[in-house]
Design a protein around this ligand. Structure first.
Ligand SMILES: [Zn+2]
Length: 376
């Protein structure tokens, strides 16, 4: 078997479900050492089984810094597989396994790109940084850890699985706790006495989903979704005095948590229930992802598109993603213009996930050409 395909399969065979990225990090670190690169291991707080590994390749000449980044973790295997999710199974041009699409192909392409430049240091100026991060599928602790360690670059390729287009904008997302209060009383006295928090929350929920959002030419618009609701006691004859809702808010550039909270506060004031409602951003161990979009005419975008066309002989349209990923952290928190493009497949996060190895090969070639063009 060709060396690159073996690497892809070796990565797949290592179980790296989120929270368990130590073995794959050390495997990648060993590959880097074999190339002559120095692995740098990062651990987030006390998560000793969840390790991020990164490295840098310095040309020895001054220049810009290019970051190639991907996550090593996968979602859990789940049920319903026709094959062993840890054993790459080739059917036609597909390779079935967990991580075959998301995103051990991208990791393979980055490693191969690094090896190419170790052997062709004369082909670039400045520095190439490669990062293989843990925990992307959970809280992005790996990327936040690298951010805390001072990761910086002039541009980045996030090798996430999307091969037919390059994402240059993502929405952001917040989880907001909205608590509605009423007045408890034995339910025999209701409705003459007592005040039902569930009914008030239900009416408020309907109004929340009618709230406007900003629009964006490519990211469509934000959304309001009342995603969870809880209140009352099914085992007691008591009028509910409290009802808690989780409101999920996707945002587009121009919308922040502050603007969303103001919309909610204005709404409850207009309904005359401001003293019966509490609105709070749900606490999160790490910051929420904010929305971003980079100009479609930036070099990192157009150079990637040109190289894709040369290699794949098709156009690579710029696209916009309605959800969030580690690219949000790179682009917003670290201010690194980031394109999201890598080998893809199908059944992402589901049973019978598969990747296309020929896309992994193509991405290696496209990454090499793009690094070469950008670091000159
Ligand atoms: Zn992914």
């Amino acid at each position: 078997m060709e060396k690159m395909e073996k690497l892809y399969h070796d990565l797949i065979r290592i179980n790296s479900v989120s929270g368990n990225e130590k073995e794959i990090a050390y495997f990648i670190g060993q590959k880097l050492e074999e190339m002559g690169l120095e692995p740098h291991y990062s651990q987030y707080k006390d998560m000793e089984n969840s390790i991020t590994v990164s490295t840098r390749l310095d040309s020895g000449r001054s220049g810009k810094k290019m970051l190639l980044i991907g996550h090593t973790d996968t979602v859990a295997f789940g049920e319903g597989w026709d094959t062993d999710p840890l054993e790459p199974t080739i059917v036609g041009d597909r390779t079935y396994a967990r991580g075959a699409m998301d995103m051990k192909g991208g990791i393979t392409a980055i490693l191969e790109t690094m090896e190419y430049f170790v052997n062709h240091k004369d082909e670039f100026d400045g520095e190439i940084i490669a990062a293989f991060v843990a925990d992307e599928e959970v809280l992005s602790r790996g990327t936040y850890q690298l951010a805390a360690e001072g990761l910086e670059a002039d541009f980045a390729i996030m090798a996430e699985c999307r091969f037919d287009n390059v994402a240059i904008g993502f929405r952001g997302r917040y989880s907001i706790d909205v608590s509605v209060f009423g007045k408890a009383i034995h339910s025999q006295y209701y409705p003459d006495q007592g005040d039902n928090a569930i009914i008030r929350a239900g009416m408020l929920a309907a109004e929340i989903e009618k709230l406007p959002t900003l629009t964006h030419p490519n990211l469509k618009h934000g959304t309001w979704c009342v995603r969870h609701i809880q209140g009352g006691n099914p085992n007691a004859l008591v009028v509910p005095e409290r009802c808690d809702m989780l409101v999920e808010r996707f945002v587009v550039p121009g919308e922040t948590y502050e603007t969303c909270e103001k919309q909610l506060k204005d709404l409850v004031v207009s309904l005359g229930i401001e003293d019966k409602v509490q609105i709070k951003l749900r606490p999160r161990e790490l910051p929420y992802m904010e929305s971003f979009s980079i100009p479609a005419d930036l070099d990192i975008v157009t150079v990637l598109q040109k190289n894709y066309k040369d290699v794949v002989e098709k156009d690579l349209p710029a696209s916009y993603d309605l959800s969030v990923c580690d690219s949000n952290i790179l682009a917003v928190t670290l201010d690194i213009p980031t394109v999201t493009f890598g080998p893809s497949g199908g059944n992402m996060h589901g049973a019978n996930e598969y990747g296309y190895f020929d896309q992994v090969v193509a991405c290696k070639e496209i990454y090499i050409r793009t690094v070469r063009d950008m670091l000159r």
